[in-house]
Design a protein around this ligand. Sequence first.
Ligand code: SER
Length: 389
Amino acid sequence: MKSEDLTRRFVEYFEDRGHRRITGSTLLPPPGDPVLFTTSGMHPLTPYLEGRPHPLGRRLVNAQRCLRTTDLDEVGDSTHLTVFEMLGTWSLGDYEGPVSLDWGYGLLTEGLGIDPGRLHATVFGGDGQTGPDTPSLEFWRSRGVPVELTVEDNWWSNGPTGPCGPDSEIFLWSGEGPPRSTPTGDQRWVEVWNHVMMRHRRLDDGTLRPLPQRNVDTGLGLERLATLLQGETSVYDSDVFEPWRRQLPALWTLDERDRRLVYDHLRSAVVVLGDGVRPGNTGRGYVLRRLLRRVLTVLVRDEPSRTLGDLPGEPVEHTLDHFRQDMDPGEVRRLLLDEERRFLRLLERGRRVLARPRFHGPLDEEDFHYLHDTHGLPRDLVESLRSTP
Ligand code: SER
Protein backbone atom coordinates (compact mmCIF):
# COMPACT_ATOMS: atom_id res chain seq x y z
CA MET A 1 0.00 0.00 0.00
CA LYS A 2 1.36 3.38 -1.03
CA SER A 3 1.65 6.04 1.66
CA GLU A 4 -0.85 8.23 -0.15
CA ASP A 5 -3.42 5.38 -0.15
CA LEU A 6 -2.82 4.92 3.53
CA THR A 7 -3.58 8.59 4.18
CA ARG A 8 -6.78 8.34 2.13
CA ARG A 9 -7.93 5.16 3.91
CA PHE A 10 -7.22 6.70 7.29
CA VAL A 11 -9.14 9.89 6.57
CA GLU A 12 -12.11 8.05 5.06
CA TYR A 13 -12.30 5.62 7.96
CA PHE A 14 -12.64 8.49 10.41
CA GLU A 15 -14.94 10.51 8.15
CA ASP A 16 -17.24 7.47 8.21
CA ARG A 17 -17.20 7.84 11.99
CA GLY A 18 -18.28 11.45 12.02
CA HIS A 19 -14.91 13.23 11.78
CA ARG A 20 -14.35 16.31 9.62
CA ARG A 21 -11.06 16.76 7.81
CA ILE A 22 -9.03 19.85 8.63
CA THR A 23 -7.21 21.11 5.60
CA GLY A 24 -4.08 23.23 5.53
CA SER A 25 -1.12 21.50 7.10
CA THR A 26 1.86 23.79 6.62
CA LEU A 27 4.92 23.35 8.82
CA LEU A 28 4.54 26.93 10.02
CA PRO A 29 2.52 27.24 13.23
CA PRO A 30 -0.27 29.83 13.43
CA PRO A 31 0.82 33.49 13.95
CA GLY A 32 1.71 34.29 17.56
CA ASP A 33 2.91 30.76 18.30
CA PRO A 34 6.45 30.97 19.73
CA VAL A 35 7.46 27.57 18.33
CA LEU A 36 9.36 27.62 15.01
CA PHE A 37 7.79 24.60 13.35
CA THR A 38 4.77 22.38 13.88
CA THR A 39 6.06 19.35 15.76
CA SER A 40 2.90 17.24 16.06
CA GLY A 41 -0.60 16.99 14.68
CA MET A 42 -2.10 18.44 17.84
CA HIS A 43 0.10 21.50 17.87
CA PRO A 44 -2.12 23.80 15.75
CA LEU A 45 -5.14 22.55 17.73
CA THR A 46 -3.92 23.62 21.16
CA PRO A 47 -6.57 26.36 21.67
CA TYR A 48 -9.35 23.88 20.81
CA LEU A 49 -8.00 21.24 23.19
CA GLU A 50 -8.12 23.97 25.83
CA GLY A 51 -11.80 24.54 25.21
CA ARG A 52 -12.31 26.98 22.32
CA PRO A 53 -15.04 25.56 20.01
CA HIS A 54 -13.62 24.38 16.68
CA PRO A 55 -15.57 25.60 13.61
CA LEU A 56 -15.67 22.03 12.22
CA GLY A 57 -17.04 20.46 15.40
CA ARG A 58 -15.83 17.98 18.01
CA ARG A 59 -14.47 15.19 15.80
CA LEU A 60 -11.55 16.03 13.55
CA VAL A 61 -9.11 14.17 11.32
CA ASN A 62 -6.00 15.43 9.55
CA ALA A 63 -2.69 14.66 7.86
CA GLN A 64 -0.20 17.11 9.30
CA ARG A 65 3.40 17.50 8.25
CA CYS A 66 5.74 17.97 11.20
CA LEU A 67 9.37 18.87 11.69
CA ARG A 68 11.37 17.75 14.68
CA THR A 69 14.97 18.74 15.13
CA THR A 70 15.19 17.31 18.64
CA ASP A 71 15.76 13.93 16.98
CA LEU A 72 18.58 15.15 14.66
CA ASP A 73 21.09 12.70 16.05
CA GLU A 74 18.68 9.85 15.57
CA VAL A 75 18.29 10.61 11.88
CA GLY A 76 19.97 7.79 10.06
CA ASP A 77 18.35 5.02 12.09
CA SER A 78 15.40 3.17 10.59
CA THR A 79 12.49 5.17 11.96
CA HIS A 80 13.34 8.83 12.62
CA LEU A 81 12.90 11.55 10.01
CA THR A 82 13.15 15.31 10.49
CA VAL A 83 10.05 15.95 8.37
CA PHE A 84 7.36 13.34 8.69
CA GLU A 85 3.60 13.19 8.42
CA MET A 86 1.30 12.52 11.29
CA LEU A 87 -2.17 11.22 10.63
CA GLY A 88 -4.25 12.52 13.50
CA THR A 89 -7.70 12.31 15.02
CA TRP A 90 -9.28 14.38 17.76
CA SER A 91 -12.19 14.08 20.07
CA LEU A 92 -12.67 17.58 21.48
CA GLY A 93 -14.60 16.73 24.61
CA ASP A 94 -16.60 14.12 22.67
CA TYR A 95 -15.87 10.36 22.82
CA GLU A 96 -13.43 8.87 25.37
CA GLY A 97 -10.16 6.94 25.11
CA PRO A 98 -11.48 3.36 24.76
CA VAL A 99 -13.63 4.37 21.75
CA SER A 100 -10.56 5.87 20.12
CA LEU A 101 -8.50 2.74 20.84
CA ASP A 102 -11.29 0.55 19.50
CA TRP A 103 -11.38 2.46 16.22
CA GLY A 104 -7.59 2.41 16.04
CA TYR A 105 -7.53 -1.33 16.57
CA GLY A 106 -10.32 -1.79 14.01
CA LEU A 107 -8.55 0.24 11.34
CA LEU A 108 -5.22 -1.54 11.83
CA THR A 109 -6.63 -5.08 11.88
CA GLU A 110 -9.82 -5.23 9.80
CA GLY A 111 -9.17 -2.07 7.77
CA LEU A 112 -5.52 -2.59 6.91
CA GLY A 113 -5.26 -6.35 7.43
CA ILE A 114 -2.59 -6.35 10.13
CA ASP A 115 -2.41 -9.60 12.09
CA PRO A 116 -3.55 -8.74 15.68
CA GLY A 117 -0.80 -11.08 16.92
CA ARG A 118 1.79 -8.52 15.73
CA LEU A 119 0.42 -5.77 18.00
CA HIS A 120 1.53 -4.70 21.46
CA ALA A 121 0.16 -1.81 23.50
CA THR A 122 1.63 0.30 26.25
CA VAL A 123 -0.43 2.06 28.90
CA PHE A 124 0.27 4.63 31.61
CA GLY A 125 0.84 2.80 34.90
CA GLY A 126 0.26 5.79 37.23
CA ASP A 127 2.55 8.02 39.26
CA GLY A 128 2.33 10.16 42.41
CA GLN A 129 0.03 12.70 40.68
CA THR A 130 -2.20 10.63 38.39
CA GLY A 131 -3.58 7.12 38.73
CA PRO A 132 -3.13 4.31 36.19
CA ASP A 133 -5.07 4.48 32.92
CA THR A 134 -7.38 1.60 33.78
CA PRO A 135 -9.92 2.10 30.94
CA SER A 136 -7.16 1.72 28.31
CA LEU A 137 -5.71 -1.29 30.11
CA GLU A 138 -9.13 -2.96 30.23
CA PHE A 139 -9.76 -2.21 26.58
CA TRP A 140 -6.54 -3.93 25.44
CA ARG A 141 -7.17 -6.89 27.73
CA SER A 142 -10.64 -7.30 26.22
CA ARG A 143 -9.03 -7.57 22.78
CA GLY A 144 -6.31 -9.96 23.92
CA VAL A 145 -3.53 -7.51 22.98
CA PRO A 146 -0.50 -7.70 25.32
CA VAL A 147 0.09 -4.56 27.37
CA GLU A 148 3.18 -3.10 28.98
CA LEU A 149 2.72 -0.49 31.71
CA THR A 150 5.19 2.39 31.84
CA VAL A 151 5.27 5.82 33.50
CA GLU A 152 7.37 8.40 31.61
CA ASP A 153 6.99 6.79 28.17
CA ASN A 154 3.22 6.88 28.49
CA TRP A 155 2.77 10.50 29.44
CA TRP A 156 2.53 12.94 26.53
CA SER A 157 3.11 16.66 26.60
CA ASN A 158 4.17 19.16 23.98
CA GLY A 159 6.44 21.04 26.38
CA PRO A 160 6.96 21.69 30.09
CA THR A 161 3.56 23.42 30.44
CA GLY A 162 0.21 23.19 28.63
CA PRO A 163 -2.15 20.36 27.65
CA CYS A 164 -0.90 16.85 28.45
CA GLY A 165 -2.10 13.47 29.57
CA PRO A 166 -1.56 9.73 29.79
CA ASP A 167 -1.24 7.95 26.47
CA SER A 168 -1.61 4.48 25.09
CA GLU A 169 0.79 3.62 22.29
CA ILE A 170 0.30 0.91 19.69
CA PHE A 171 3.39 -0.95 18.51
CA LEU A 172 3.78 -3.22 15.53
CA TRP A 173 6.28 -6.08 15.40
CA SER A 174 8.80 -5.47 12.63
CA GLY A 175 11.04 -8.48 13.19
CA GLU A 176 11.26 -11.81 11.41
CA GLY A 177 9.41 -14.64 13.14
CA PRO A 178 7.04 -14.44 16.08
CA PRO A 179 7.03 -11.33 18.29
CA ARG A 180 9.22 -11.34 21.35
CA SER A 181 9.63 -9.38 24.55
CA THR A 182 7.89 -5.98 24.98
CA PRO A 183 8.21 -2.52 23.41
CA THR A 184 10.73 -1.33 25.99
CA GLY A 185 12.60 -4.62 25.77
CA ASP A 186 13.04 -5.05 22.00
CA GLN A 187 13.52 -2.30 19.41
CA ARG A 188 11.82 -4.36 16.74
CA TRP A 189 8.57 -3.20 18.29
CA VAL A 190 7.92 -0.01 16.33
CA GLU A 191 5.59 2.61 17.74
CA VAL A 192 3.02 3.50 15.09
CA TRP A 193 0.09 5.16 16.81
CA ASN A 194 -0.21 7.18 19.96
CA HIS A 195 -3.58 7.86 21.65
CA VAL A 196 -3.33 10.64 24.23
CA MET A 197 -6.05 11.15 26.83
CA MET A 198 -5.48 14.90 26.73
CA ARG A 199 -7.35 16.11 29.76
CA HIS A 200 -4.80 17.89 31.95
CA ARG A 201 -2.93 21.13 31.79
CA ARG A 202 0.49 21.46 33.40
CA LEU A 203 0.99 24.82 35.12
CA ASP A 204 4.27 26.72 35.58
CA ASP A 205 4.69 25.31 39.08
CA GLY A 206 4.46 21.75 37.72
CA THR A 207 1.01 20.97 39.11
CA LEU A 208 -1.80 19.56 36.98
CA ARG A 209 -5.25 21.06 36.48
CA PRO A 210 -8.09 19.44 34.56
CA LEU A 211 -8.72 20.94 31.11
CA PRO A 212 -12.27 22.27 30.61
CA GLN A 213 -13.01 19.19 28.49
CA ARG A 214 -11.81 15.58 28.22
CA ASN A 215 -10.10 15.21 24.82
CA VAL A 216 -8.46 12.43 22.90
CA ASP A 217 -5.59 13.32 20.57
CA THR A 218 -4.07 10.62 18.38
CA GLY A 219 -1.12 10.63 16.03
CA LEU A 220 -0.05 7.89 13.65
CA GLY A 221 3.37 8.04 11.98
CA LEU A 222 2.53 7.74 8.29
CA GLU A 223 6.00 6.83 7.01
CA ARG A 224 6.54 4.25 9.75
CA LEU A 225 3.30 2.42 9.17
CA ALA A 226 3.61 2.64 5.36
CA THR A 227 7.10 1.13 5.66
CA LEU A 228 5.87 -1.85 7.65
CA LEU A 229 2.83 -2.38 5.42
CA GLN A 230 5.20 -2.38 2.45
CA GLY A 231 7.15 -5.22 4.08
CA GLU A 232 10.20 -3.06 4.81
CA THR A 233 11.87 -2.20 8.08
CA SER A 234 13.52 1.14 7.27
CA VAL A 235 11.58 4.28 6.31
CA TYR A 236 14.25 4.89 3.66
CA ASP A 237 13.07 1.74 1.87
CA SER A 238 9.45 2.94 1.73
CA ASP A 239 7.78 4.52 -1.30
CA VAL A 240 8.37 7.99 0.18
CA PHE A 241 12.06 7.77 -0.78
CA GLU A 242 11.66 5.81 -4.00
CA PRO A 243 12.99 8.46 -6.43
CA TRP A 244 15.78 9.36 -4.01
CA ARG A 245 16.85 5.72 -3.80
CA ARG A 246 16.67 5.29 -7.55
CA GLN A 247 18.59 8.39 -8.57
CA LEU A 248 21.09 9.39 -5.91
CA PRO A 249 23.36 6.34 -5.40
CA ALA A 250 24.65 6.64 -8.99
CA LEU A 251 25.52 10.26 -8.32
CA TRP A 252 27.18 10.12 -4.90
CA THR A 253 28.73 7.05 -3.28
CA LEU A 254 27.96 7.29 0.44
CA ASP A 255 27.86 4.83 3.30
CA GLU A 256 24.43 3.95 4.64
CA ARG A 257 24.28 6.43 7.49
CA ASP A 258 25.45 9.33 5.34
CA ARG A 259 23.06 8.36 2.55
CA ARG A 260 20.14 8.40 4.97
CA LEU A 261 21.17 11.76 6.37
CA VAL A 262 21.47 13.24 2.87
CA TYR A 263 18.06 11.88 1.78
CA ASP A 264 16.32 12.96 4.96
CA HIS A 265 17.79 16.45 5.22
CA LEU A 266 17.49 17.26 1.53
CA ARG A 267 13.89 16.13 1.44
CA SER A 268 13.17 18.15 4.59
CA ALA A 269 14.89 21.20 3.10
CA VAL A 270 12.67 20.95 0.02
CA VAL A 271 9.51 20.80 2.17
CA VAL A 272 10.64 23.71 4.36
CA LEU A 273 11.42 25.78 1.24
CA GLY A 274 8.05 24.75 -0.19
CA ASP A 275 6.35 26.17 2.91
CA GLY A 276 7.99 29.53 2.23
CA VAL A 277 11.03 29.55 4.54
CA ARG A 278 14.33 30.88 3.16
CA PRO A 279 17.80 30.17 4.59
CA GLY A 280 18.91 32.71 7.19
CA ASN A 281 20.89 33.16 10.39
CA THR A 282 18.00 33.08 12.83
CA GLY A 283 14.81 31.18 13.56
CA ARG A 284 13.31 28.99 10.86
CA GLY A 285 15.81 30.12 8.27
CA TYR A 286 18.63 28.91 10.49
CA VAL A 287 17.04 25.48 10.94
CA LEU A 288 16.89 25.21 7.15
CA ARG A 289 20.49 26.40 6.83
CA ARG A 290 21.66 23.84 9.39
CA LEU A 291 19.94 21.00 7.57
CA LEU A 292 21.60 22.00 4.30
CA ARG A 293 24.99 22.48 5.93
CA ARG A 294 24.83 19.02 7.43
CA VAL A 295 24.16 17.64 3.94
CA LEU A 296 26.94 19.70 2.36
CA THR A 297 29.41 18.74 5.10
CA VAL A 298 28.82 15.07 4.33
CA LEU A 299 28.97 15.56 0.57
CA VAL A 300 32.16 17.56 0.31
CA ARG A 301 34.02 15.79 3.12
CA ASP A 302 35.11 12.93 0.86
CA GLU A 303 34.78 14.59 -2.52
CA PRO A 304 35.05 18.39 -2.76
CA SER A 305 33.73 18.49 -6.33
CA ARG A 306 30.27 17.24 -5.32
CA THR A 307 27.56 19.83 -5.83
CA LEU A 308 23.83 20.14 -5.26
CA GLY A 309 23.74 21.38 -8.84
CA ASP A 310 23.85 17.70 -9.83
CA LEU A 311 20.73 16.84 -7.82
CA PRO A 312 18.21 15.39 -10.30
CA GLY A 313 14.84 17.13 -10.59
CA GLU A 314 12.68 14.07 -9.92
CA PRO A 315 13.15 13.66 -6.14
CA VAL A 316 12.51 17.38 -5.68
CA GLU A 317 9.36 17.33 -7.82
CA HIS A 318 8.14 14.13 -6.15
CA THR A 319 8.51 15.75 -2.72
CA LEU A 320 6.76 19.00 -3.72
CA ASP A 321 3.92 16.99 -5.33
CA HIS A 322 3.55 14.73 -2.32
CA PHE A 323 3.12 17.71 -0.01
CA ARG A 324 1.00 19.58 -2.56
CA GLN A 325 3.37 22.53 -2.62
CA ASP A 326 3.25 24.66 -5.71
CA MET A 327 6.81 25.95 -5.59
CA ASP A 328 8.75 25.92 -8.85
CA PRO A 329 11.43 23.15 -8.68
CA GLY A 330 13.81 25.48 -10.55
CA GLU A 331 13.53 27.97 -7.72
CA VAL A 332 14.32 25.23 -5.17
CA ARG A 333 17.42 24.40 -7.13
CA ARG A 334 18.49 28.05 -7.33
CA LEU A 335 18.12 28.46 -3.56
CA LEU A 336 20.04 25.24 -2.88
CA LEU A 337 22.89 26.43 -5.06
CA ASP A 338 22.96 29.86 -3.38
CA GLU A 339 23.24 28.14 -0.05
CA GLU A 340 25.96 25.86 -1.34
CA ARG A 341 28.04 28.86 -2.51
CA ARG A 342 27.66 30.47 0.88
CA PHE A 343 28.72 27.23 2.56
CA LEU A 344 31.81 26.87 0.37
CA ARG A 345 32.89 30.39 1.30
CA LEU A 346 32.44 29.50 4.95
CA LEU A 347 34.50 26.38 4.46
CA GLU A 348 37.33 28.42 2.98
CA ARG A 349 37.24 30.79 5.92
CA GLY A 350 37.11 27.82 8.31
CA ARG A 351 40.24 26.30 6.81
CA ARG A 352 42.12 29.58 7.10
CA VAL A 353 41.08 30.17 10.70
CA LEU A 354 41.78 26.61 11.81
CA ALA A 355 45.26 26.78 10.31
CA ARG A 356 46.20 29.29 13.03
CA PRO A 357 48.54 27.81 15.67
CA ARG A 358 45.97 28.47 18.43
CA PHE A 359 43.74 25.75 16.95
CA HIS A 360 46.32 23.06 16.37
CA GLY A 361 45.82 21.18 19.63
CA PRO A 362 42.59 19.86 21.16
CA LEU A 363 39.76 22.44 21.22
CA ASP A 364 37.83 23.32 24.35
CA GLU A 365 34.34 24.75 24.75
CA GLU A 366 35.67 28.31 24.70
CA ASP A 367 37.35 27.67 21.32
CA PHE A 368 34.11 26.29 19.89
CA HIS A 369 32.21 29.33 21.11
CA TYR A 370 34.79 31.70 19.69
CA LEU A 371 34.79 29.93 16.31
CA HIS A 372 31.03 30.02 16.20
CA ASP A 373 30.41 33.53 17.48
CA THR A 374 33.30 35.33 15.80
CA HIS A 375 33.71 33.35 12.58
CA GLY A 376 30.27 31.76 12.11
CA LEU A 377 31.78 28.26 12.15
CA PRO A 378 29.40 25.67 13.62
CA ARG A 379 30.82 22.93 15.77
CA ASP A 380 30.03 20.06 13.38
CA LEU A 381 31.77 21.90 10.56
CA VAL A 382 34.85 22.58 12.73
CA GLU A 383 34.98 18.93 13.75
CA SER A 384 34.62 17.81 10.18
CA LEU A 385 37.35 20.19 8.94
CA ARG A 386 39.72 18.98 11.62
CA SER A 387 39.09 15.33 10.88
CA THR A 388 39.88 15.69 7.16
CA PRO A 389 43.41 16.35 5.96
N1 SER B 1 0.28 14.32 20.33
C1 SER B 1 0.60 12.94 20.17
C2 SER B 1 1.92 12.71 19.50
O1 SER B 1 2.50 13.64 18.97
C3 SER B 1 -0.49 12.25 19.42
O2 SER B 1 -0.94 13.03 18.39
O3 SER B 1 2.40 11.62 19.48
